[in-house]
Write a protein that binds this ligand. Sequence first.
Ligand code: URA
Length: 197
Amino acid sequence: MGEKYEKMKAIRDEVIALTGGLADFRRENKYHAVLGEGSHDAKIMFVGEAPGKNEAEQGRPFCGAAGKLLDKLLESVGIPRADVYITNIVKDRPPSNRDPLPSEIELYAPFLDRQIEIIQPKCIATLGRFSMEYIMRKFGLSFELEPISKAHGKLYEAEAPWGGTLKIAPQYHPAAAIYNQSLIETLKKDFQILKTI
Ligand code: URA
């Protein structure tokens, strides 16, 4: 296997070996850590929040109700799921799907940072507020941070540490749209921007 695969595997092994907090909750429930899936050469990387129950049971990101909606959104813009890379900031499921704690984001974010460095995407599409805030801060756009109600659908540009420009495309979290048809329409419209990548 290639170098990217080996580096990804090293990240997986480290996350699996974590102890305490969410990693203990994972073992108690026989859940899986959810590292991410998709192409290691993806131009677009999707970053969600944290795995839900389905994801932790299957070890795959976005495979539950929010995932089905994400699949539909990708289909609506003609982007095959296999061509992108999908992951989360937090790699273990928080109990009762609560928001991740700042300490959990701090613990897991370095693994996400390494995944981004391996893939070196042209665009990061953030799903939800936590991911938007983390990614925009990480790439030096703190001064442009706005509430997600204003930022969704915009395309920000940052300097990629590996050279060139990194585009950041904040999206509402698909889970927020499951029972909200108007938010689904907004997401569909906002996803159109990804066609330009
Ligand atoms: N919500 C997320 O943020 N990530 C998943 O993988 C599933 C649901």
